[in-house]
Design a protein around this ligand. Structure first.
Ligand SMILES: [Zn+2]
Length: 156
């Protein structure tokens, strides 16, 4: 039995949800895609403007392009307080639970976007208590929180 099901999501149009209780550490779904060379990534305009939402670094030479409808794992949304992570060994990429997940909870992971001037294009709607309002990897979120703080002080 699959551990996930596709449902309408509060974060985005669609998402993946736990179809039963999942234990922390369990592998939930294989992240499928096409293996492409990093030279292709640099040359293909498809990867130009957008953030590489569906692109995973495999190693120095290869990346995995998961931007295909048959890659069900692409429907998993970002959260600032995720219950899954991307767990990759070699060319096999898995979405694995990092917490015990209850049936019907939405599955999420940290997209790991870097912090740059583009971050405002990617507002986050995860509603987690620690949400910084944008999809930015956890290590860089303090930069945004700092900005928010400055802003709220000015407006006091
Ligand atoms: Zn968020």
């Amino acid at each position: 039995m699959k551990l996930y099901k596709i449902k309408k999501s509060n974060i985005d149009k669609k998402g993946l949800y736990a179809s039963k209780d999942i234990k922390s550490g369990a592998r939930i779904i294989n992240y499928k895609g096409k293996l492409i060379t990093n030279t292709e990534v640099e040359q293909n305009p498809k990867f130009d403007n957008d953030k590489d939402i569906y692109l995973f670094d495999i190693n120095k030479r290869y990346s995995l392009d998961g931007d295909f409808s048959w890659n069900t794992a692409r429907l998993i949304n970002h959260s600032c307080n995720p219950n899954c992570e991307v767990d990759g060994k070699g060319y096999k990429i898995w979405i694995a639970a990092i917490k015990d997940i209850k049936k019907n909870e939405e599955l999420t992971y940290d997209y790991g976007f870097s912090y740059d001037e583009d971050y405002k294009q990617f507002p986050c709607k995860c509603r987690a208590k620690n949400c910084c309002g944008y999809i930015v990897r956890s290590e860089s979120r303090w930069r945004i929180s700092k900005k928010f703080k400055k802003y709220s002080q000015i407006n006091k």
